[in-house]
Design a protein around this ligand. Structure first.
Ligand SMILES: [Zn+2]
Length: 116
């Protein structure tokens, strides 16, 4: 399952960050997820709760920030929101585009509690 492996690598990252900062508990984690990464937030939320059991991240809040899919036309430079995966420029009809947003999948910030 896609979301479970994401949740597990999040926990790994969180645990190494927590030990680096001598944190006893994680209050909140923010994850940035692009449209193209095909993450189902509800499923990820559930997997995160399961994967964090017994770890420093247990009970931590998970915030998921979604980024829409956007591309830029290489011919005219117009940036546009991509709908239904149609990478066609609305200005000039060009299809040579580069993706500028929507591929993200990373932990943006971790809020730590009780540093000793
Ligand atoms: Zn264009």
């Amino acid at each position: 399952m896609h979301e479970l492996s994401i949740a597990q690598s999040m926990i790994e990252l969180i645990e190494s960050e927590a030990s680096r900062h001598a944190a006893r508990r994680i209050r909140k984690v923010r994850l940035v997820v692009g449209e193209m990464s095909a993450v189902v937030p509800e499923a990820l939320q559930f997997c995160f709760e399961v994967a964090s059991e017994g770890t420093v991240a247990e009970g931590a809040g998970l915030e998921i920030e979604k980024r829409p899919l956007k591309a830029r036309c290489k011919a005219c430079g117009r940036a546009f929101a991509v709908q239904d995966y149609a990478f066609i420029c609305p200005s000039c009809g060009g299809y040579h585009t580069e993706t500028i947003s929507g591929n993200e999948l990373y932990v943006d910030c971790i809020e730590i509690d009780d540093v000793e």
